[in-house]
Ligand binder design. Structure first.
Ligand code: SIN
Ligand code: MN
Length: 206
């Protein structure tokens, strides 16, 4: 792991936080979770347009989006089963980087195929804005963009590579952020290619 990089006030990039062995262990836990809680294709509120990423969740609460809007709910929208617990290997990253924070309640899993992206948005469906958001990248490199709390604030782009962890809290908790694109073939971690992002969040006040 190299030194954390200050990306914005309260936002930190931890390059290579997970070494290749740590990435392999995290990926195995992720795959076991997906076997219980399969990736599904979320749709946009109102328009019903599909997202370019597929999603699932671990933990007591999972973030979903469909025609009825964005929300947290305790069960998978397709299987109706409760989300599986957040794997210990994944919760451990939160404990190491955010030792003073209450435990995460949601681990959103996004899978990006080579052409997937994510438009600039805020993470604001939680009721715990005092707790940072933590995201773990596995697989192909992504070009991540982060700005300020208003959509028109200037933005900066950072590479997120396999094993990198990004945290944003404090002044950046409500910063607009997104994924411009995936750089195919930049990691050999996933035989199928593409990228997983795991986003851990506290949803309710502790
Ligand atoms: C997100 O903001 O939901 C995902 C960010 C990422 O894929 O790194
Ligand atoms: Mn987000």
């Amino acid at each position: 792991m190299s030194k954390p990089i200050a990306a914005a006030p309260g936002a930190w990039l931890h390059p290579g936080f997970l070494d290749p062995a740590g990435q392999a262990v995290t990926l195995a836990a992720l795959r076991a979770g997906i076997a219980q809680s399969p990736l599904f294709a979320p749709t946009m509120p109102r328009t019903g347009k599909p997202f370019s990423v597929r999603m699932t969740n671990f933990g007591p609460l999972g973030w979903v989006s469909d025609r009825n809007g964005y929300r947290y709910q305790p069960m998978h929208p397709v299987t109706g089963d409760p989300w599986p617990p957040i794997p210990a290997e994944i919760a451990q990253v939160w404990r190491e980087l955010l030792p003073d924070a209450p435990p995460p309640e949601a681990c959103l899993v996004n899978y990006y195929e080579q052409t997937a992206k994510m438009g600039l948005h805020q993470d604001r469906d939680e009721r715990a804005f005092d707790v940072p958001v933590l995201s773990i990248s596995l697989g192909d490199e992504a070009r991540f963009r982060i700005g300020g709390a208003t959509r028109d604030a200037p933005t900066r782009a950072f590479p997120l590579r396999s094993g990198d962890v990004f945290t944003f809290g404090g002044e950046s908790r409500l910063a607009f952020h997104g994924i411009d694109r995936i750089l195919p073939g930049t990691s050999s971690l996933l035989p199928e290619g593409g990228r997983f992002n795991l986003t851990l969040r506290r949803v309710t006040p502790a």
